[in-house]
Design a protein around this ligand. Structure first.
Ligand code: SF4
Length: 334
């Protein structure tokens, strides 16, 4: 696998007014809609037509009249947009933008795991490649993972992948022992740990805590709440979309946020009166930040990089995403 440290992002372009005008001009010329994930650089979020979490953006892509979608996010997200909109041209400004969580299970590994558990139902988080989704029975997001697993008969084994922290959250909430969890993780979220969270919470006793369930600290946050170290009403385990809704409704003056730091930009825009702080301000995803102003300009000028998913893989992957949508409100993924 190519690792991001070896990859130099496209560089040399400042996100100034001339850049913004040229991006908008090219997008209009191409009839393209610009979508940006919540973890993108602030300049990319600000120039986009829509910002959001991965699934919300894929649904916007599917319902848009535009024939070209520029997906500013990581590769599996652009693939998901292609799966849901096979007739559209899906571009990503830098196809090298991967995801350590999606890379933590391959389709071959999943096939081998399924062979060890015949009859088990496979539930995969949306942070997976199209090939893994094609091997999956039902996809899930962090908002509906618990409901998806509850929809499966209690005596049926479940294989949950790839995120171990989200899997632990599902096991705890459902009380099911027959949920087997793949030991994958996102390097950014796993780096936000419980000790750090406890320190920050103690130093900010009036702050609410918004925690993404992929975080290494999600388990500790619930544990600390359970033993009274953190008041349970202050701990909110939320998807990125859920964080935005909660930000608009919280009465707290300050909020500690445990997820990728790009999220702070959207939260501050949604509720400027609240003091949002990162639990770990080094939690920045290097893959997300490969979508630079230079990469976006190149993408629009050259119509590159285009995302392709083989038709048979897309068809099977689409079925697993649609089963999830049939079960209930998917809410937001990462
Ligand atoms: S923050 Fe983690 S899960 Fe999200 S894109 Fe980056 S590596 Fe993947």
């Amino acid at each position: 696998m190519v690792v991001a440290e070896q990859l130099a992002p496209y560089a040399g372009v400042e996100p100034d007014q001339a850049w913004a005008q040229e991006v908008r001009r090219l997008a209009d010329e191409r009839g393209a809609v610009l979508l940006a994930h919540n973890y993108q650089l602030p300049a990319i979020q600000d120039i986009a037509d829509h910002t959001g979490d991965s699934l919300a953006l894929s649904r916007i892509a599917a319902s848009s009249d535009a024939s070209t979608i520029v997906f500013c996010g990581v590769h599996f997200m652009a693939e998901t947009a292609k799966i849901l909109s096979p007739e559209k041209k899906i571009l990503i400004p830098d196809e090298r933008a991967g995801c350590s969580l999606a890379d933590s299970i391959t389709a071959e590994q999943l096939r081998a795991w399924k062979a060890e558990h015949p009859g088990a139902v496979v539930v995969s988080y949306v942070n997976t490649t199209a090939e893994v989704k094609a091997e999956t029975d039902i996809c899930c997001t962090s908002s509906n993972a618990v409901d998806v697993v509850r929809s499966i008969p209690a005596d049926t084994e479940v294989l949950f992948c790839p995120d171990q922290f989200l899997g632990a959250h599902v096991r705890r909430e459902t009380g099911r022992e027959n949920v087997h969890v793949w030991a994958g993780e996102c390097h950014v979220h796993a780096g936000i740990n419980g000790a750090e969270l406890a320190d920050r919470a103690a130093a900010n006793p009036d702050a609410d805590l918004f925690i993404h369930p992929e975080c290494g600290c999600a388990t500790s946050a619930l544990y600390l709440a359970g033993e009274g170290t953190l008041p349970p009403e202050r701990v909110k385990i939320l998807s990125t979309g859920g964080m935005l809704d909660a930000a608009r409704g919280t009465g707290a003056e300050s909020v500690l946020v445990a997820t990728e730091v790009g999220m702070l930009h959207q939260l501050r825009r949604a509720a400027p009166e609240i003091d949002f702080r990162a639990v770990n301000d080094r939690a920045s995803c290097r893959y997300m930040k490969m979508i630079t102003p230079a990469a976006l300009l190149r993408c629009l000028r050259e119509e590159a990089d285009e995302v392709h998913v083989p038709a048979d893989v897309a068809e099977r992957a689409r079925a697993s995403v649609q089963r999830m949508i049939g079960i209930g409100k998917p809410g937001g993924g990462e």
